[in-house]
Design a protein. Structure first.
Length: 95
């Protein structure tokens, strides 16, 4: 039997991540989809790629379409949501 071993990732859908390498280094966004067969994720904050398509019945004019850009899971880092700073009470010194 050729069963594929279960792959575990450090991120999951809905996590806030930051791109660590490539053209969009430093861009933050949430993960909308995880593709486990190719170990890639689709991040909402990353701009989409343009692809040239030939004329067809669906698109008689052809042209360019925008497709979702997949990023390898090793090129994203999970960002922990920082809580808003709380106001600390200051103790006044008495003389």
């Amino acid at each position: 039997m050729n069963k594929r071993p279960k792959v575990l990732f450090h991120v999951k859908r809905g996590d806030l991540v930051e791109v660590t390498t490539g053209d969009y280094k430093g861009v933050q966004g949430t993960i909308s989809k995880v593709v486990t067969k190719v170990s890639k994720v689709i991040v909402d904050g990353v701009p989409k790629a343009k692809k040239a398509v030939r004329p067809s019945q669906e698109r008689p004019e052809g042209g360019f379409i925008e497709i979702e850009r997949k990023i390898h899971v090793s090129n994203v880092r999970k960002v922990e949501k920082k809580e808003a700073p709380t106001k600390k009470s200051s103790k006044q010194k008495t003389k």
